[in-house]
Design a protein around this ligand. Structure first.
Ligand code: FUL
Length: 489
């Protein structure tokens, strides 16, 4: 090689290394996560937004909400049971998971448990050969939605309820359910803790110590051992917690963080569950359970009291739209089918949602920010209108107040906003105000406290070409993954 060529090569190599060096300088590590963050499966779980409950047992045939446990197996006799109908209806309505009451407080089992005679195996249903948990999990698999199970800890049928032997029985049943039916996504432990019951014929009142009786730590460890990917619900988590009411509403301020030491399965304080705690030491997803009917079980007399699509929409705004997941109960009737009135209102509810959230007026529009992380394009304001949750804007290091501005390009009418924090890094925003440009000035259109995974804001129609969002945090810098704008009309 000639000297001249050698010189050229040297220049080339050094300019290449200069280039990569420059790139290194430009690379900015992402904002560090907050001290409490969700697991990946908690984020995915909440992103499902809406899931369903199926309450079905002897109560469906006795017209009760809580069976005493003395029901004859013979009364359980659905004439047209079709778990595929449940699943198809739920899926069409946008529900991503269903949770079946494998056993409610009456102790009657929808699967042929080998540990009790109080089950489908001694009922007329399919001459005792039926297994509704199997039919249910098969249908979920067939139509591609997740399956969850509810196994009531309180059992008003079992002779041993209240004694240590019952805990072994309960764990045996959990083992059956979590071993024989494939992947179970969620297990639902309710907090009802004893009272009067049949108890194998004793017909008495039995109370248990909610702090010690169920030995929940070991029961939950067993559940996780049998199904490592399962999420556990109770009013104390560990993965998902009850929202503190059965109306389907999260608090207007709702943190996914909460202090675990203040929670007790069957005894957590409702108001605390409803707000979460910005200083909480654990991330537990809030779940809003509510029935499409007044009761959790089917009663013919409630056929005209099925919640209207508008009522369901209001619930959606106050659950999913307040950073929680909605668990909507759909109780099959005595045929074993979801009733026509429930199906109709559920479908209409879906149609309304589709109509409102059909056209995101902010998608791809220009967004700017007064500050962004490392002044690096990866964290620029454009990320909030790119239609992807996985990319996000973050304010510059140390910022506790920041402003994002959205330019819709032309005067646009809207009445809904959707905001999403990038929760894999934590929940940070503790207040926000939204303004619409009004001539030379800005007019406040709405304000709120927490955002979390999703906040939906509704207001009377506004017309503007620019919208401004002011955010405040007390801790780590704010992030926004998506900002959407809709017009319901
Ligand atoms: C509660 C139960 O007592 C109700 O009957 C219903 O199952 C509800 C979802 O959970 O704890």
């Amino acid at each position: 090689m000639k000297v001249k060529d050698l010189l050229l090569v040297t220049i080339l190599i050094s300019s290449l290394s200069l280039f990569s060096c420059e790139k290194e300088v430009k690379d900015v590590p992402p904002p560090p996560p907050s001290s409490v963050i969700p697991t990946e499966s908690q984020v995915k779980y909440q992103q499902m937004e809406m899931i369903g409950f199926i309450h079905f047992t002897v109560n469906t045939f006795t017209d009760k909400e809580w069976g005493m446990g003395d029901e004859e197996n013979a009364i359980f006799n659905p004439s047209e049971l079709d778990t595929e109908q449940w699943v198809k209806v739920a899926k069409e309505a946008g529900l991503k998971e269903l949770i079946l009451t494998a056993k409610h407080h009456d102790g009657f089992c929808l699967w042929p448990s080998e540990y009790t005679e109080h089950s489908v195996k001694n009922s007329p249903y399919k001459d005792g050969k039926g297994d509704i948990v199997k039919e249910f999990t098969d249908a979920c698999k067939k139509y591609g939605i997740k399956a969850g199970l509810y196994l009531s800890p309180w059992d008003r049928n079992h002779a041993d309820y209240g004694k240590p032997e019952y805990i072994e029985y309960y764990r045996n049943q959990l083992t059956e359910l979590l071993t024989n039916y494939g992947e179970i996504s969620e297990i639902w432990f309710d907090g009802a803790n004893g009272g009067d019951g049949y108890y194998g014929g004793a017909n008495e009142e039995r109370r248990i110590d909610k702090l010690t009786y169920y030995d929940w730590d070991n029961t939950i460890a067993l559940v996780k051992k049998l199904q490592p990917n399962i999420l556990v619900f109770s009013d104390a988590g560990p993965d998902i917690h009850w929202i503190g009411n059965e109306k389907g509403f999260a608090g207007e301020t709702f943190w996914s963080t909460i202090d675990k030491s203040k929670l007790v399965i069957g005894g957590s304080e409702s108001a605390y569950l409803n707000s979460g705690d910005p200083d909480g030491n654990s991330w537990i997803v809030g779940q809003c359970d509510v029935s499409i009917r007044p009761g959790w079980f089917y009663h013919a007399k409630e056929d005209e009291e099925v919640k209207t699509p508008e009522h369901l929409l209001d619930i959606y705004y106050k659950s999913v739209g307040r950073n929680a997941i909605l668990l909507l109960n759909l109780p099959p009737d005595r045929r074993g089918l979801l009733h026509e009135n429930d199906v109709k209102n559920l479908n209409d509810f879906k149609q309304i949602r589709d109509q409102i959230f059909d056209d995101n007026l902010a998608k791809g529009k220009e967004a700017t920010a007064d500050t962004y992380w490392g002044s690096h394009p990866d964290y620029a304001a454009s990320k909030v209108t790119d239609g992807s949750f996985d990319t996000y804007w973050a304010a510059e290091q140390g910022k506790k107040v920041a402003t994002l501005t959205l330019d819709l390009g032309a005067e646009t009418s809207f009445d809904h906003l959707v905001l999403q924090e990038y929760t894999p890094l934590g929940q940070r925003v503790n207040s926000f105000t939204v303004y619409a440009q009004d001539g030379e000035s800005w007019k406040e259109i709405t304000a709120g406290t927490t955002i979390g995974l999703k906040r939906i804001l509704t207001f009377s129609e506004v017309s503007a070409s620019k919208i401004k969002l002011e955010l405040e945090t007390t801790g780590d810098v704010p992030t926004i993954a998506e900002w959407e704008v809709y017009n319901a009309e």
